[in-house]
Design a binder for this molecule. Structure first.
Ligand code: HEM
Ligand code: HEM
Length: 306
């Protein structure tokens, strides 16, 4: 989705960020305040104001992004600026502090800023990794196609189960009724790995049922061949034929259930990868809000105690 934001307009925002950092470093090196370097000198105020404006602007990003949702190149531009200027903040805000840290609300604002920036880097990592992972997991299918095929497999499985016997039908019905994909957010994140999967129980049941059937078929085949029991043999042969047919149906059913299981696993993985992206934003955005609050307190408090 955002493949091009890294190199947007020939790394324009990267250049701006480097220039901003370089100017800040040069001013900091050149500046020789009469007191120890800190946020209260003219350079301290300047860098602090630049940093605060940047933070407010970056936090505004979500709303701006929605305004521009129609044009993907503008979104790339915003994201590019967001990422590079966000990283430049490390230089600008750190020089603003003059490396004076302590256990106070000022350092809290600084710490929150670092947490937001580091979480932003993790977000970029997700954005870079996820499209590839999503694509290889989908194997050329869309989420809808996967869900459609799961529905078809369910119908085939129910049809086959119906032809075997009512117990098998009941087990398959149970595995079909349980919601397979639309799970709670937590289940989405864990790819439905928590709790018992009705498909696993269905598979186990079918395997046991198959063993019983095969045993019964072998037993019927192995009936005594003596002439006195000709009628008995005839009946047992017919029954063996019927059982063998069931074994075939069961094999087809097990293949269907196996295919559904692997498709369901891939669909859940798809949901999981998407949920991971959402989870990351649930962190990045609220910590940004906390940062804004701490920053406001920092600014108000330095003016109050000035
Ligand atoms: C309009 C913006 C800002 C103004 C006016 C401002 C003002 C100041 C002032 C006057 C000081 C010196 C306080 C003192 O020596 O007691 C200071 C220190 C500091 N500022 Fe800012 N600041 C601003 C933005 C920021 C931002 C964006 C951050 C980081 C997120 C930040 C983090 C700090 C820290 C960590 C200190 C050092 C506190 C200490 O000495 O323990 N400031 N700021
Ligand atoms: C103090 C600095 C930062 C603040 C206040 C901030 C705040 C925000 C906010 C409010 C959003 C909007 C989320 C939404 O509603 O969709 C956002 C999105 C994002 N931020 Fe940050 N951010 C900061 C720094 C960074 C940095 C340094 C990076 C990367 C290294 C980054 C990467 C991202 C990404 C990838 C998105 C998602 C864009 C999208 O959904 O298209 N952020 N940020």
């Amino acid at each position: 989705m955002h493949e091009s934001f890294f190199r947007y307009q020939n790394f324009f925002w990267l250049k701006v960020a480097i220039a901003l950092s370089a100017v800040s470093i040069a001013l900091y090196a050149w500046h020789t305040p009469s007191v120890v370097a800190n946020g209260g000198t003219w350079l301290g105020y300047t860098l602090g104001t630049v940093a605060a404006v940047l933070i407010v602007w970056l936090a505004w990003f979500g709303a701006r992004k929605r305004d521009y949702s129609s044009s993907s190149s503008k979104i790339s531009g915003w994201l590019s600026a967001h990422v590079y200027l966000g990283l430049a903040l490390i230089v600008v805000a750190t020089l603003h502090t003059g490396f004076q840290f302590g256990w106070n609300v000022h350092t809290l604002a600084y710490g929150l800023m670092i947490v937001v920036i580091v979480s932003g880097m993790y977000g970029i990592y997700l954005y870079a990794m996820l499209p590839g992972r999503l694509a290889s997991n989908r194997q050329g299918m869309t989420r809808e196609q996967m869900l459609d095929e799961i529905r078809d497999l369910d119908e085939t499985a129910l049809g086959l189960a119906d032809q075997i016997d009512s117990r098998v039908h009941e087990v398959i019905l149970r595995s079909v009724e349980k919601p397979g994909v639309m799970l709670s957010f937590w289940q989405q994140l864990t790819a439905g790995k928590l709790g018992k999967d009705p498909l696993d129980s269905a598979e186990r049941f079918l395997r046991g049922y198959q063993n019983d059937l095969v045993d019964a078929t072998l037993f019927l085949d192995a009936q005594p061949q003596s002439g006195a029991q000709a009628t008995m043999m005839y009946i047992s042969n017919v029954m063996a034929g019927m059982e063998a047919e069931k074994v075939d149906k069961l094999r087809a059913l097990m293949e269907t259930v196996g295919r559904k299981k692997s498709l369901l696993k891939r669909t859940r993985r798809d949901v999981q990868l998407k949920a991971l992206l959402q989870l990351w934003l649930f962190f990045h955005v609220p910590v940004s809000m906390a940062l804004l609050a701490a920053l406001l307190i920092h600014i108000i408090s330095v003016f109050l105690y000035w």
